[in-house]
Design a protein around this ligand. Sequence first.
Ligand code: GRF
Length: 212
Amino acid sequence: MRAKLNIAVFASGKGSNFSAIIDAIEAGTIREAEIVLVVSNNSDAGALTIARNHGIPAMHLSEAQFGSEGEFCEKLLQELHNHHANIIVLAGYMKKIDPTIIRRFTNRIVNIHPALLPEFGGRGMYGMNVHRAVLASGASTSGASVHIVDEEYDHGRVLLQKPVPVLPGDTPETLAARVLAVEHKLYPEAIRLIAEGQLALDVEQPTSSTSQ
Ligand code: GRF
């Protein structure tokens, strides 16, 4: 039998993706899933307020509260264990996930990125930087990608993507808003598919000797 998804959400910002996921769970669109914990490294994150308003355990945890990154990770892992989390959903979490956490949750951490990976991903590709780069490239299509998190920025296997047109006269802000509206559908959809076992997290990547 498939285990229910016990989701820990990590978020640093306003939490609109997190909100879309809660809505889908509360509406019964995503079944067999519960948000068991929300963690933010930013005490002012909207995501913490949203969580508290929905009665979801929420905590501000930042490495600045601990003596070292190791102690911070130990505390995070302890909280994930205490709340029985079996998947981590990153929703605008502005901190690289430490390898200690990735190893404990291999193929069990997902993220949403506001472009069509592998394009426009990697170090420094966050927030408006992504949309600025898309516009500067002259691409006619951008999009959103849900992917597995591994030890490299925006690098793990893509699980689900949706294209978004770039329109004449777009600014980074107008493009970001169009992409974000798609994210709010795509992320709950990806989680629904994972919860229903239709989107496998653990598929082995075929190895290939030819470079791509
Ligand atoms: C989204 O654009 C997402 O793609 C990126 O961070 C942003 C988070 O926005 N990873 P919000 O906090 O969910 O509103």
